[in-house]
Design a protein. Sequence first.
Length: 323
Amino acid sequence: MRIAVIGAGAMGSLVSYLLDAGGMEVMLYERRDERIADIRENGVRLQGRMEGSREIEIKAVGEPDAPFDMMVVTTPAGDAADVIRPVSPFVHRDTSYLSLQEGSAVEELAQVVGAERTGGIIAWVSAVLTPSGTVEVEDFRSMVLGAYIGGNDDKLSLLVEVLNQETQGKAGFTGDLKKEMWHRLESATAVSALCGVTGAPPEAIHEREEVGDICREAAQECLEVAASQGLKAPSQSTVWEEAVWSKLKPPMLLALEAGRGTEVEFLSGYIVGQSRSSGRPSSVHSAMYSLIKEMESGERRPGENSLKELRRRIEEEKGMSLL
């Protein structure tokens, strides 16, 4: 199977490595010239929990190629249409698309290419691209694959088999992708936002009582919104552990530190939108969302002052929900 992986960041590089090692014909697409040059010279390199190096072909987005059977989108959520458009000539009528992105991005992808062609990979993985170009893999719990509209899929079943060759059986298939997405949102959304607000990785803040209380409230809000849609995602007794990140900073904090936009629209923003549709309050996520948006614009910076402001906004949101 010919597979195009769009985006050569940490997750794109990691999944390309795994698919190539499993015998798939893989092409990486990337927009950054320096990243393209690095992979052409040094290959895709992993260190930490997973180690190795593989030579994988890489091209600039838009460079011509033969049609692909599948495209895996690993770029930040929010730009699916922009990254797919340049490679759209390299598909055929049966090409399918997978979102390997944060939060609810699979829904965005389905709107762009059609629900019947869309699937997702929910990754319980902590990995980051280091300044040297190596992918640091802190933890690899699992990758769960599923079709957006449910049911079985021969291509996805094959990918699960391929991924399991290199991950010791840590890939799986789900017939209910939306439930798995909400399962991931419960821990990832709360932890990534709190790391963004405080400016610290999980291991530095998870034992602070005030931070832990906010995290638990945020996770509970997520569970309640999911339940309102008939989804009973399993509650996690240890949200910090389930989020997978520990010493490594989540993508949201890395984006804020780099002055880039975050994926908050597909994390807390998504939960807020869904809670409004169901008529349920989501005070914690609403406060998180508004604060992260101000950080994106440069109005605020991560740190203790932002944590204090988050607590104030949560209480304000709770007061408003009682009116």
